[in-house]
Design a protein around this ligand. Structure first.
Ligand code: ACM
Ligand code: ZN
Length: 768
């Protein structure tokens, strides 16, 4: 198999580590330093320190718990049994405070002949240093060499979060702890725990026992069926519901689970040892059906029901309902030491409020404008309750609409409502960025997603924000959200989270100056070894070296590339999905006739990755066409804007035309939003005969036609997906047509092309 040069570099690095340990004698080059997220500064020295069982850890007295965490981690992941140094004596590993640095998470880590010293600005800094040390210790327990190195490091953003939704599907305390340990390894420091929603209430509240007695258990719902159908269709056991979460009550099979308050305390302490704050979210006033299973009187009608889009919310008109949720939160406050607590407050269906006399009386009493005003009043009322208990409120970005108090923070998720960010930051409110198109890890990972996340600069995520330096300082950080409607198991959750969570980690921690995609790819490949050894599931990165559609005139050579060294690629040429018995790809393939190849990677333990299809089409050069009338031609591409509410590109042409544009490239003019269907058409000139590659990226659907032939089919409603295709073109002019639609949920479209053997670039230079 053909591999990239950087891949060879990595194999050599791994191989050298092996040779040395196998014979245990002479020193060769020290193991390479591969840390995610990339530290601010790394200076490597000459030599290695050998860390062995029986060596000692010394810690400043306030770092005892942190030293316990290090000790446990070394036992669990490296089979190293450390001792504690005598009081006042240096250890082989030393944990110290006293680093002078404005960031509380700053640390230095030094490895030299005397051993290892981590010094932090606060205990948090020491914990971040331990996260780095964990990645410096060889994964093979027969090797104990840690390269001499000096690392000086501090985070770019204070908030580096991950949300886990345990309502839609439940994860046991042990599974949550494994997730926290993964977060800690990559310096993610805020665990946003989505504990309640319509589909399940997962936290014990002593004052209201029915919340969990009824709300934590359900008959299988449509989300479960979706998972089970997918398990069958893809023969994927990770999409099955774990049997240990089922129980039979009165003949009904119920799915669920919840955390006792003791388990919550235990998990919070486990997180704290690792430098992670836990932010509970009990979502309200909407998304609250879990509570209504036991306490339906908290709604306007006294019944729990489903509205047009969302479930029936809390009735903020009733004092008893408000008292109920405040009592619930009071218990929650006592379990979570962190100052910040998340109220939710997204996606509220307000129809019931319109008809409810209590809600209308509340609106009247406080002179509120309407039901939106009532929502804002509820958020502010809850915020007063939070503040009175020493807590600060975070809410989803919908809360911007009713006016923010000076101290509220928002998690911005609605890619299609971007103004929340400039608005909130201009008012001095803190904003955490978790845009759904980029950082919702429940979306199936697309081939380009990892790189897209990696290369996103958070403060300019939307060019039209134009945030001032002052506003940029109110970007508190970034967060990935794992919503679990279609994630029934821990293995599936890990598969959705990894590797994207690592790209997020570097987005949050590392400054742009030290980031590099090519370098990250190599460092990620090393982390995979850790996942393999510890039974952590992950998505195998997309194989490269081919397009969705590949065109050739005589023969094509197919050279498949994989980022990971340890996988086996199997393939078929007969249209079937590759299995563990299919042919192994070992060297470039020669294709002489049109056919579809399918490739699939397999991990060492036999786990299969995603199948990738590559169509190979043999065709002659498409002859150049004659421009209609050069005199009449204009530069640029023509675009017709249709008022369109469909879901397929072929229907756009039948929709009413609103306006006509001339553009330089395939883009959406900034003034048009909402439901739209756009058809671009024009001519472009090809400089030489050859096979040209095109890449069409869109959210939602799009299609590319060249000389009346469909080249890329990226149709249907979807988040940002890039597809690639080719066409053999003779020198001269050719016709291009792109169809694109967006379903009023924030969209983009772009077309790139590459002449034979060159890199992709934005396509311009059109005539029409
Ligand atoms: C959300 O995804 N509804 C916050
Ligand atoms: Zn009401």
């Amino acid at each position: 198999m053909q591999r990239s040069r950087s891949f060879l570099r990595m194999v050599l690095a791994l191989a050298s580590a092996w040779t040395v340990t196998a014979c245990g004698t002479q020193e060769v080059t020290p193991p390479a330093v591969h840390i995610i997220p990339q530290p601010a500064s790394i200076t490597t020295g000459q030599g290695v320190f050998k860390l062995k069982s029986g060596m000692t850890i010394a810690a400043d007295s306030s770092l005892e718990r942190v030293a316990d965490y290090l000790d446990q981690t070394l036992r669990n992941t490296s089979a190293l049994q450390m001792e504690r140094a005598e009081a006042g004596e240096a250890g082989n590993i030393n944990l110290r405070l006293g680093l002078d640095h404005p960031s509380r998470e700053a640390y230095t880590l030094t490895v030299d002949a005397d051993g290892i010293t981590i010094q932090g600005a606060t205990p948090r800094g020491v914990q971040m240093g331990i996260a780095t040390l964990r990645q410096l210790i060889p994964l093979d327990s027969r090797d104990s060499r840690i390269p001499y190195v000096t690392i000086s490091d501090a985070p770019r953003f204070e908030w580096r979060g991950a949300l886990l939704d345990v309502s839609r599907h439940f994860y046991t305390p042990e599974q949550v702890k494994r997730f926290l340990d993964l977060m800690a390894r990559y310096k993610l420091n805020k665990f946003h725990w989505h504990l309640t929603d319509d589909q399940g209430w997962r936290i014990e509240i002593k004052q209201y026992p029915l919340l969990t007695e009824r709300g934590a258990w359900r008959k299988l719902n449509s989300q479960d069926s979706t998972c089970l159908e997918m398990a069958a269709r893809e023969e994927n056991p990770d999409m099955l519901l774990p049997q240990e979460l089922m129980r039979v009550v009165d003949g009904d099979t119920l799915y669920g689970g919840y955390y006792t308050q003791q388990e919550i305390r235990d998990i919070v302490a486990y997180a704290a040892e690792r430098g992670i704050d836990v932010i509970p979210e009990l979502d309200m006033p909407g998304h609250l059906m879990g509570a209504q299973q036991g306490y339906p009187w908290i709604t306007c009608t006294g019944e729990s029901s489903w509205g047009k889009s969302f479930s029936s919310p809390l009735c903020p008109g009733k004092d008893s309902a408000l008292m109920f949720v405040k009592n619930v939160y009071s218990e929650v406050f006592s379990l979570f030491p962190y100052r910040y607590v998340h109220l939710g407050a997204d996606e509220v269906e307000k129809t019931n409020w319109k008809q409810c006399p209590d809600c209308q009386a509340r609106i009247k009493k406080y002179d509120l404008k309407d039901e939106n005003g009532l929502q804002a009043w509820f958020v502010h009322d809850m915020e007063r309750h939070f503040n009175a208990n020493g807590k600060q409120l975070i809410g989803w970005d919908e809360i911007v609409e009713g006016g923010l108090s000076p101290t509220a923070t928002i998690t911005w998720w609605r890619d299609w409502a971007p103004t929340a960010v400039p608005t909130a930051t201009a008012q001095g409110n803190q904003v955490i960025l978790c845009p759904d198109f980029l950082l919702y890890l429940d979306f199936i990972e697309q081939p380009n997603d990892l790189r897209r996340i990696y290369e996103t600069e958070p403060t300019t995520y939307r060019a039209d924000w134009n945030l001032t330096p002052e506003q940029q300082r109110n970007i508190w950080g970034v967060q990935a959200n794992i919503w679990c409607e279609r994630i029934p198991s821990e293995r599936r959750m890990q598969y959705q989270a990894l590797p994207r969570l690592l790209a997020l980690s570097e987005m949050g921690w590392s400054r742009p100056e030290v980031k590099s995609w090519e370098d990250f790819e190599q460092r990620f490949a090393v982390q995979v070894d850790y996942f393999d050894r510890h039974g952590i599931n992950y998505r195998i990165p997309t194989l490269t070296g081919f397009n969705d559609l590949n065109v050739f005139v005589d023969t094509a050579i197919v050279e498949v590339k994989s980022l990971l060294p340890n996988i086996t690629i199997r393939y078929t040429t007969d249209g079937t999905t590759p299995t563990a018995e299919s042919a192994v790809y070992q060297e470039p393939l020669t294709v002489t006739e049109s056919r579809t190849l399918q490739f699939r990677p397999f991990r060492p333990d036999g786990t299969a990755g995603e199948t990738q299809k590559a169509e190979y089409r043999k065709e002659p050069l498409s002859a150049a066409r004659t421009l209609p009338d050069e005199e009449e031609m204009e530069t640029g591409i023509r675009m017709m804007y249709h008022e369109f509410k469909g879901r397929r590109c072929e229907e756009i042409a039948d929709a009413k035309v609103v306006r006509r544009y001339t553009l330089d490239s395939i883009t959406i003019p900034s003034r048009i939003h909402e439901w739209l269907g756009l058809i671009y058409s024009g001519w472009f000139e090809v400089p030489t005969d050859g096979v040209y590659t095109f890449a069409l990226t869109s959210n939602d659907g799009s299609r590319l036609w060249i000389d009346d032939q469909l080249i890329i089919d990226n149709d249907g409603p979807h988040s940002e997906i890039r597809k690639t295709g080719q066409r053999a073109l003779a020198k001269g002019w050719h016709e291009v047509r792109v169809e694109y639609f967006d379903m009023n949920n924030g969209g983009m479209v772009s077309l790139q092309w590459a002449p034979p053997g060159e890199a992709l670039r934005t396509m311009t230079g059109f005539m029409h």
